[in-house]
Design a binder for this molecule. Sequence first.
Ligand SMILES: C[S@@+](CC[C@H](N)C(=O)[O-])C[C@H]1O[C@@H](n2cnc3c(N)ncnc32)[C@H](O)[C@@H]1O
Length: 265
Amino acid sequence: MYTRFQLAKKYLHYYLTASSGKGHGIHSPFVFDFVKNVLNDNTSYPAYQPIEQKRKALLKDSRGIEVEDFGAGSSVIKTNKRIVSAIAASSLKPRKYAQLLYRMVKYYQPATVLELGTSFGITTAYFASANAASKVFTCEGSGAIASIAKQNFAALQLNNVQLTEGDFAQTLSPLLLNCKEINFAFIDGNHRKVPTVDYFNQLLKYSTPATILVFDDIHWSTEMEQAWAEIKEHPTVTLTIDLFFVSIVFLNPDINHKQHFTIRF
Ligand SMILES: C[S@@+](CC[C@H](N)C(=O)[O-])C[C@H]1O[C@@H](n2cnc3c(N)ncnc32)[C@H](O)[C@@H]1O
């Protein structure tokens, strides 16, 4: 994991070298359309408010819970007592990015959405609210965290979410077999190189040409940057968009040569 200083330097470099978020100079029609209609859609959708209220409540929640720690390299679990508000402050995708994910699902209307890393269900709730016809599969290893996520789904009256509890190492493969096809995935858990590339390879087997894969925090560590470089090089990947804190992979065969964009967001 990079230090705060290293990350800030990387972010500054990204900010100064990325294409303007206005779409100027972006010659790919697909990317231009994404920038105009998804990235820069500033509509305040009504679905945002109840989900952000849940986030606010979590940030004030002083309950202590026993949380499993998925130690590096294995499914070995040790539990730690953690405060809900502290987990909410450090693990949840900030509003700006969570709402971008909402707009992506609203715009591209994937029939199935898979999320690795539910936490308290904030991004899951955005996915589920973006398109009631999407079936949202989300995976979380910590039982205590998952149980709070389930309470949030019930309170937000989201009926299109299925939460699978357990280590991704055990749950992902049977879940994919059961889903048969994944149209959109958000990989936001276990930020290490080998598992990230492994999840990507597993997801590819269940992808279609229209599938979109979103990776969280690929600039978080050298390992994650190596995973991202490998993913970008994969022959089925035709287009990537790096927004620094989230990075997007498109497999669309209509794009006939590989293109990698870095866009300011
Ligand atoms: C960053 S949080 C997810 C945040 C959530 N997507 C949001 O923004 O609202 C990542 C979650 O993945 C879970 N996780 C990490 N590694 C895991 C693994 N190997 N198996 C199952 N869950 C795991 C953690 O318990 C944690 O709750």
